[in-house]
Design a protein around this ligand. Structure first.
Ligand code: F6R
Length: 237
């Protein structure tokens, strides 16, 4: 695992965006795994800028997002589809039909999950997966558990995650209690992983994930086993 310590959030975003841009330039039809949340916003801003000034071309890129809240329609302003359209997809030259986010309003969760995994594998897997990390060590919405879940699946969010994400909702009661998330297999099979983390409130969990025992109680700790994982962070570890 490679750890890049940056001066600040902006430099973290610049470096993460550079790695993604390099991936797209080297393989224009690459498959990107993408994350939502506050942390990657700066990364997406840079990619938008570089696409609009002609440095990066997303016209053949395919994307798969990590997760989506169960019960939120794509038009809901807190759905992850809405976030992605608003912060990235509608601002770059990607074909919207090449972008994938699990459906939060599916009537058949099992089928939705199985199809999601099949689509990822039909595209040959993910070339570069961008990740953030939750305060409880989750990646995607793979919450602490007694085992690592392989496939895309439905999860019950922890109280900690619900509380952390309530900042985006009018009240904590409006935060969905469940989500669909990509499992550990698609994440770990990504050829390259880039994890971004910022804020001193992430320091303890980041230390545990990077240097502690590998355990499903700290889901991100599995990344220690990945052959090409880069952590970019302004946090002093
Ligand atoms: C969301 C996702 C989550 C976030 C994590 C951190 O798609 O994958 O694992 O990365 O909850 O969120 P922020 O960046 O808001 O602290």
């Amino acid at each position: 695992m490679k750890i890049i310590k940056t001066k600040d959030y902006n430099e973290m975003s610049l470096k993460a965006a550079s790695m993604i841009a390099a991936q797209v330039i080297l393989k224009p039809n690459c498959v990107l795994g993408l994350a939502t949340g506050s942390t990657p916003l700066g990364t997406y801003e840079k990619l938008v800028e570089w696409c609009n000034n002609g440095h990066v071309d997303f016209s053949d890129v395919v994307t798969f997002n990590l997760d989506e809240y169960l019960g939120l329609d794509p038009s809901h302003d807190q759905s992850y589809r809405y976030y992605m359209n608003n912060n990235l997809f509608n601002k770059i030259n990607i074909k919207i039909e090449n972008t994938h986010v699990p459906s939060g309003v599916t009537t058949n969760i099992e089928e939705e999950c199985a199809n999601y995994d099949k689509m990822i594998s039909d595209y040959g897997g993910i070339d570069l997966q961008l990740l953030g990390i939750g305060h409880d060590g989750h990646i995607g919405f793979n919450e602490p558990s007694d085992h690592f879940e392989k496939g895309t699946h439905c999860v019950t969010l922890t109280e900690e995650t619900i509380k952390a994400n309530s900042r985006f909702f009018e009240s904590i009661d409006l935060v969905p209690k469940k989500a669909i998330t990509m499992g550990m297999l698609s994440i770990m099979q990504a050829k390259k992983i880039v994890l971004v983390a910022s804020g001193d409130d992430k320091k303890e969990i980041l230390k545990k994930a990077l240097f502690g025992p590998i355990t499903p109680k700290v889901p991100a700790s599995i990344l220690q086993l990945h052959p090409d994982c880069t952590v970019i962070t302004p946090i002093s570890l």
